[in-house]
Design a protein around this ligand. Structure first.
Ligand code: F6R
Length: 241
């Protein structure tokens, strides 16, 4: 695991965007696994800026997102579809046919998980997977559990995650209780992984992911076994190193 420490969130965003840019430049039809949440916003801003200046071309890139809330449509402003359109898809020349997320309104979870897993497999796997980190060590929406989920699945969100994500909704009651997510196994199969972590409140989770015992109770800890992981953390998140 390679750890890059950035002075602040802005530098973290720049450094993470450098890694994604290099991936696109070296392989123009890269399959990028993408994340949502607060952390990637600065990274997506950087990528959009680099597209505007002509440095990056997304026309052949494919994107596949980690997760989506169960029951939310793409028009819902809290859905991850909406988020991705707002922060990235609408700002760069990605082809709509190349951008994939789980379908939150497909309530047949067996069919949807199968469809999404097959989609990832048919794309030939993920070249570079961008991840954020939950306070409880989750990656995607793989919550602490007794075992590592291998494939795309429907997950019950923990109270801690519901509370953490409440900031995007009017109230905690509005936060969906379930989400579709890539499994830890799906994530692990990515050729390269980029974990971006910001803020002191993530310091303990990051420390446990990087230095702690590998356990499904800290889902991100499995990344210790992956051959190509880069962590970009700001000083706050890296304060226990
Ligand atoms: C989002 C996702 C989550 C977030 C994590 C951190 O697609 O998969 O694992 O990356 O909850 O979220 P933020 O960045 O909002 O702290």
């Amino acid at each position: 695991m390679k750890i890059i420490i950035a002075e602040d969130y802005k530098e973290l965003s720049r450094k993470a965007a450098n890694i994604i840019s290099a991936q696109i430049i070296l392989k123009s039809d890269s399959v990028l696994g993408l994340a949502t949440g607060s952390t990637p916003i600065g990274i997506y801003d950087q990528l959009a800026e680099r597209y505007c200046t002509g440095e990056l071309d997304f026309s052949q890139v494919f994107t596949i997102n980690l997760d989506e809330y169960y029951g939310l449509s793409s028009e819902n402003t809290q859905s991850y579809h909406y988020y991705m359109n707002k922060y990235l898809f609408s700002k760069v020349n990605l082809s709509k046919e190349h951008c994939f997320l789980p379908d939150g309104v497909n309530l047949d979870s067996r069919a949807e998980c199968k469809r999404y897993q097959e989609l990832i497999d048919n794309l030939g796997g993920i070249d570079l997977q961008l991840l954020g980190l939950g306070h409880n060590g989750h990656i995607g929406f793989n919550e602490p559990a007794d075992f590592f989920e291998k494939k795309v699945h429907l997950v019950d969100l923990t109270e801690q995650t519901i509370q953490a994500n409440q900031r995007f909704f009017e109230s905690a009651e509005e936060v969906p209780r379930q989400a579709y997510t890539m499994g830890v196994g799906t994530i692990f199969q990515a050729k390269k992984i980029l974990l971006a972590v910001s803020g002191e409140e993530k310091a303990e989770a990051l420390y446990r992911v990087v230095q702690g015992k590998i356990s499904p109770q800290i889902p991100g800890s499995i990344l210790q076994l992956h051959p190509d992981v880069t962590v970009v953390a700001d000083r706050g998140a890296a304060k226990l190193f």
